[in-house]
Write a protein that binds this ligand. Structure first.
Ligand code: ZN
Length: 312
């Protein structure tokens, strides 16, 4: 691929689709759309709608040379197939073939990549973001669930089945008030520290919630000085710190990068997270792994998708 060319990138989340036109060479965005209006009722509907969305994205770009399509997706993906995306309700969908066919119908034969969004986040931060000076890095996204990726020697670590890493489902909680996890298991890190788990725990601890209460609302109450909210975030920080210490002992990343919507409550989470990480990481690696916070924010997944398609 000629890296002077640009690629179309899509970040398909459980509640919104972000899009961009990116130069994989520099990581510069020619265009960035926070909330793309596109069908996601099924993988097929999405693939069918993609050519029109791409035409619209490219409409006012001069001398546009599309060189590929990169897709970051909230779900388990392997060999171009969305194996399991519970938030989207897409299962065993051959998305890359679907998109390739849809693009061929409008006269384009482009390389297409499909990756898990946590892996895209980690790759984006490693290649273009705060972790670019490190070699082996762990990326963690705090959102509806807890996602992530481990980059080793510049490559996504996939494990034997192809789905590594899923940091949200490491088992850390053995507590009665932990809600069940979306994966069907119990005791998962994200069951207590994903967005839904945070709101649930806030309610259990006596916080006032209705069906619209979000983590950002709870963060705002913490900011106003509410003790229940502040204590909750200290607890979330400790749990995340335990999870990250376990992952650091296992993988020895040179840097850990944290992003995702819940990381906007960083001020309240970070002190207890750091202290747990400090006390529970093995002495021989303690203090050597750097804890960083994403600056690419909502663009990290899109940039990881751009890096992936540029490799094809
Ligand atoms: Zn789980």
């Amino acid at each position: 691929m000629n890296l002077n060319e640009t690629v179309f990138v899509f970040d398909v989340g459980g509640s919104a689709v972000k899009a961009g036109v990116v130069s994989p060479d520099t990581g510069d965005f020619v265009k960035h759309v926070e909330n793309l209006d596109i069908a996601t009722a099924s993988a097929y509907e999405f693939a069918k709608a993609l050519p029109d969305a791409i035409e619209l994205l490219a409409k006012d770009i001069d001398n546009f040379k599309p060189a590929g399509i990169g897709i970051s997706l909230a779900g388990l993906c392997k060999d171009g197939i969305v194996v399991e995306a519970p938030n989207l309700k897409w299962f065993n969908a051959p998305l890359v073939v679907m998109v390739k066919d849809a693009m061929k119908n409008v006269g384009h034969n482009l390389p297409i990549s499909l990756e898990n969004d946590g892996d895209c986040f980690a790759l984006g931060e490693w290649k273009y973001g705060v972790a670019k000076e490190y070699r082996d890095i762990l990326g963690i996204t705090l959102g509806t669930g807890i996602g992530g990726g481990f980059i080793i020697d510049g490559k996504i670590f996939r494990g034997g089945m192809g789905f590594s890493i899923e940091p949200g489902h490491i088992k850390v909680n053995y507590e009665i008030d932990t809600p069940p996890c979306g994966c069907g298991g119990r005791y998962c890190l994200e069951a207590g520290t994903g967005a839904a788990g945070i709101v649930h725990t806030y309610k259990v601890k006596g916080g006032s919630v209705d069906e619209n209460t979000t983590v950002l609302d709870i963060a705002a109450r913490a900011e106003e000085g509410e003790e229940i909210a502040q204590a909750l975030f200290r607890r979330i920080g400790r749990r995340l710190g335990i999870g990250l210490a376990g992952l650091s002992n296992l993988l020895n990343p040179e840097a850990v990068v944290i992003g995702g919507g819940v990381s906007s409550a960083r001020k309240f989470i970070e002190p207890s997270l750091r202290s747990m990480l400090e006390s529970e990481t093995l002495v021989s690696i303690r203090g050597k792994s750097v804890l960083l916070w994403s600056e690419l924010l909502n663009k990290a997944n899109l940039l990881g998708a751009a890096a992936m398609v540029a490799k094809l």
